[in-house]
Design a protein around this ligand. Structure first.
Ligand code: ASP
Ligand code: MG
Length: 411
């Protein structure tokens, strides 16, 4: 008998009919003798709808109140799924994050899980009940409702699996696994049987939307076996694991990730003294804005240019902070650009192969695509390009790194 945490995303619970289908699926596992904890998202589109309501009141809604509101989406689906299970004769009970006591910090709209009380869940499982838990939400030490950031139900699923030491955390979604890249952009993208936590982390952090990044971090840290599967189609899905396969066939690049969510800020003519990077980025991080890529030019005339990227949602706040800093340190000007995109090649195979980056640059050059920024890590090379070339870039790289699926008959 296994203990399995199953997480169903928004499209999987997007209608009553689908919720009934999910209930049937859970019932089958239950009848198999497995203990099941289910985590659900809000019905697809619901979280966006709720945020839209808030934005009619204020462009930047008060985060605490936003969390009170958006957490209701998940509260609806847990109850519906529990009802659908009970209707089928499967004992079930639903809980909000607060009821479980998924304790988080107080960073509204992007809270971190600190601790999960597993007492109640274990008691329910022992009594033979399926437990249905609201994803994406928790409660802080003062009893305020918090949410974990968009897509946060994945993290709830993995965190529960870690807390309960579950045998597997299954993430059911509207795709049948993790692909070499987004099949909507590259129709020849292929499903991966396996990917390492490290690679998945890069893919997720670079905008591959299959899993929320924090859930992958969590899973890697606590070694939670994680599997991405299609909600309503049979198939093995993609297993996310620790071991790197020592296979001759192992491709150098596992996938190509991309991201339209970033914006670029440049501060020009900065007096080049020790501590300048800290003076520029200190206030940005104090404003709780995450910085992604950073480039500082070699100084000339005792001044330097400094460019970095942030999430587009943080662009305006980052711009305000940077303009202040520019005045304080006597920089010449601040400029920004939101029409950018980031494209990255990811693969643990890069560690043992030379020339991967130049192969990437060659493929982009052939398409006449200008590279604005470059950054690398052990298993990734990323470039920032003009947004309008994004799809072309991804397709070119997918072909250049031999990731295209073989043509099927008749194609
Ligand atoms: N409902 C939340 C969102 O749309 C959380 C989730 O789906 O995981 O971001
Ligand atoms: Mg989601």
């Amino acid at each position: 008998m296994a203990l399995i945490v199953q997480k169903f995303g928004g499209t999987s619970v997007g209608s009553i009919e689908r919720i009934e289908q999910v209930a049937e699926k859970v019932q089958k596992f239950r009848e198999n003798g497995d203990d099941i904890v289910v985590v659900v998202s809000a019905m697809s589109g619901e979280t966006n709808r709720l945020i839209g309501l808030a934005k009619q009141i204020s462009e930047q809604p008060v985060p605490r109140e936003l969390d009170v509101m958006v957490s209701t989406g998940e509260q609806v689906t847990i109850a519906l799924l529990a009802m659908a299970l009970i209707k089928r004769g499967v004992p079930a009970v639903s809980y909000t994050g607060n009821q479980v006591r998924i304790l988080t910090d107080s960073s509204f709209t992007k809270a971190r899980i600190l601790q999960i009380d597993d007492q109640k869940l274990r008691a329910d499982l022992k009594a033979g009940r399926v437990v249905v838990v609201a994803g994406f939400q928790g409660v802080d030490e003062h009893g305020n409702i918090t949410t974990l950031g968009r897509g946060g139900s994945d993290t709830t699923g993995v965190a529960l699996a870690a807390a309960l030491k579950a045998d597997e955390c299954q993430i059911y979604t509207d795709v049948d696994g993790v692909y070499t890249t987004d099949p909507r952009v590259v129709p020849k993208a292929q499903r991966l049987d396996k990917i390492t936590f490290e690679e998945m982390l890069e893919m997720a952090s670079l905008g591959s939307k299959v899993l929320q990044i924090r859930s992958v971090e969590f899973a890697g840290k606590y070694n939670v076996p994680l599997r991405v599967l299609h909600s309503f189609q049979e198939g093995p899905g993609t297993l996310i694991t620790t071991d790197e396969e020592e296979s001759m066939e192992q491709p150098i690049i596992s996938g190509i990730a991309f991201n339209r969510d970033e914006a670029k800020l440049t501060i020009r003519g900065v007096p080049d003294n020790p501590g300048v990077a800290f003076k520029i980025l200190g206030p940005i991080s104090a404003a709780n804005i995450e910085v992604d890529m950073i480039v500082q030019n070699i100084a000339h005339d005792n001044t330097t240019d400094f460019t970095f990227t942030v999430h587009r949602n943080d662009y305006l706040s980052a711009m305000r902070v940077l303009e202040n800093t520019a005045r304080e340190i006597g920089a010449r000007e601040v400029i920004g650009d939101t029409d950018i995109a980031k494209v990255s090649i990811v693969g643990v195979g890069m560690r043992s192969h030379a020339g991967v980056a130049s192969r990437m640059f060659e493929a982009l050059a052939k398409e006449g695509i200008n590279i604005q920024m470059i950054s690398t890590s052990e298993i990734k090379v990323s470039v920032v390009i003009e947004e309008k070339y994004l799809e072309l870039a991804v397709r070119a790289l997918h072909t250049a790194f031999e990731l295209d699926a073989p043509a099927r008959q008749g194609e």
